[in-house]
Each structure stands twice: as structure tokens, then as C-alpha cells.
Design a protein around this ligand. Structure first.
Ligand code: TYD
Length: 137
């Protein structure tokens, strides 16, 4: 699947617990300019429903679980349910996050500062642009 893949961070686990370290440009394929996290999502609520033109992101579910419906040249559903599990989303990937479990915490690492003009929120518009984009990449 283009511009989207699941991967795992190394976890330092011993009797004291678990530690995951993330270095920008090394453990994720971009320098981290921004991070945000999503909490307290009521049952049945969906988030996302957009794509980015240039932004790269890595999603990590620090607690609980969440499902992510993605689309680029294909469609796929990922479940994030471990803090060492990650989902990379590159440019032009449509994403919808849903099935947030109670007390779930979704951390997002992003390659750039918040830029409203980088969003594509209209799905029909996304389909048009993505068709061309993935034919060329
Ligand atoms: P929104 O894009 O609706 O979140 P999601 O992708 O999870 O559906 O963002 C919710 C609000 O937060 C919206 O008013 C924009 C604001 N926001 C920022 O100010 N900075 C950010 O980095 C992000 C991601 C959102």
C-alpha cells in the first residue's frame, strides 16, 4: 500500500516496565516538528476524515486501542493496540479513526507545524487528486 505502513518501535522491557524511545529522522522517517494527542473520544465517535497534501505523520496508541481506516492506492484497516506499534501515514492518505476504546490515548507525530491549507477534507476532491497522485508515484 502506497504511503502507508505499520511498523514497530524497539521496546526496552525489563522488570521495571517498558520504555520506547523515538528519535526524529531515525525511528520515524521525518524530523518531528509537532505532536498532538487525542483523548476522551466518546464511544461511536469518528475523527479524521481528511488527507494531507504534504504532511507525514506517525500514529501511536499509547493506551487502549483505536482503528484507522486508510486509503491511498488501496484501502485497509489497521488496529493500533500496543504502545510500540505505529502507523506511518505519508502524503495523500485518507484516514478515519474510529472504535476508540475507553481511556485510549492516540499520539500523533507530525513532520510540520499545523497548516490548515495542507488539508483535503472533501472526499470527492481527495479521490480526484489521489488518482493522479498515485498514478505518478
Ligand atoms: P481536527 O482536525 O478536527 O482533528 P481530527 O483530525 O482528529 O479530526 O482538529 C480539531 C481542532 O484542533 C481543530 O479546531 C483544529 C485544531 N488543531 C490545531 O490547532 N493544531 C493541530 O495540530 C491539530 C491537529 C488540530
Amino acid at each position: 500500500m502506497k504511503n502507508c505502513n505499520e511498523f514497530f518501535f524497539k521496546s526496552f522491557y525489563d522488570k521495571r516496565g517498558s520504555l520506547v524511545a523515538i528519535e526524529g529522522g531515525q525511528d520515524v522517517p521525518f524530523n518531528i516538528e509537532r505532536l498532538y494527542y487525542i483523548t476522551d473520544v466518546p464511544q461511536g465517535m469518528e475523527r479524521g476524515a481528511h488527507s494531507h497534501k504534504d504532511l507525514e505523520q506517525v500514529l501511536i496508541c499509547l493506551n487502549g486501542s483505536v482503528k484507522i481506516r486508510v486509503e491511498s492506492d488501496k484501502k485497509k484497516v489497521f488496529t493500533l493496540e500496543n504502545p510500540n506499534q505505529a502507523l506511518y501515514l505519508g502524503p495523500m492518505v485518507w484516514r478515519e479513526m474510529y472504535d476508540f476504546s475507553e481511556h485510549s490515548v492516540l499520539l500523533v507525530l507530525a513532520s510540520h507545524h499545523y497548516e490548515p491549507d495542507d488539508y483535503i477534507k472533501d472526499y470527492n476532491m481527495y479521490k480526484l487528486i489521489a488518482k493522479q497522485f498515485f498514478a505518478l508515484t
